[in-house]
Design a protein. Structure first.
Length: 196
């Protein structure tokens, strides 16, 4: 479930979509807008329902090279205990020894390792997701929603969506599988602004 994190990282690949419209050389720093970035995850609960959770308010940095977007990079991290479940009992269970056994300072991290531009507004972002002390590669299918000057902030801004699927058991949080699905669907939506 922590896997959602990965998500934020997705932001940088889609920036590649407008690379041909800029003469800027080298990488520029973009930062995630924590107030408009979230990772939503879902899983099947015993065949009876689809249960949802979310991470929100996290920070991340994108080093974006407009002329060579494949050379861009992204890093995101946040505490696992910032997970939102909508029910305190479920949160406490996720943080227990059945799942994460998470300390207050345990972090989820995603660091990109490769970007493959797949279309005018799409890219696959491969990166290392570290969750529950385990690091595994994850691929995010990312889409650029919009890029331009923010009408209120008056600076370059971009918005992206991304999806991926992870297996809980890959990160040693596979309790109760397959009754509670091992596969977790992750949906990411973020905004990023050019750093001052």
């Amino acid at each position: 479930m922590k896997s959602l994190i990965l998500a934020a990282a997705l932001g940088l690949a889609p920036l590649a979509a407008y690379a041909n419209n800029s003469a800027t050389a080298g990488a520029e720093t973009y930062v995630l807008d924590a107030s408009h970035s979230q990772i939503v995850f879902s899983y099947n609960h015993l065949g009876y329902s689809t249960t949802y959770g979310m991470f929100s308010g996290f920070d991340g940095t994108i080093q974006f090279d407009q002329n060579a977007p494949e050379n861009s990079s992204v890093e995101v991290s946040f505490p696992v205990r910032t997970m939102l479940t909508g029910w305190e009992g479920r949160f406490n269970h996720f943080m227990s020894a059945d799942f994460f056994d998470a300390a207050d300072d345990e972090m989820v991290t995603f660091t990109s390792t490769a970007i493959e531009v797949t279309g005018d507004t799409t890219a696959d972002i491969t990166g290392d997701l570290t969750l529950n002390g385990v690091t595994k590669p994850v691929v995010l299918a990312a889409t650029l929603n919009q890029q331009g000057n923010h009408p209120m902030e008056n600076k370059p801004w971009a918005g992206f969506d991304a999806t991926t699927t992870i297996k809980r058991s890959d990160f040693n949080v596979g309790a109760f599988a397959p009754f509670v699905s091992d596969e977790v669907e992750v949906m990411i939506s973020i905004e990023a602004m050019k750093a001052d």
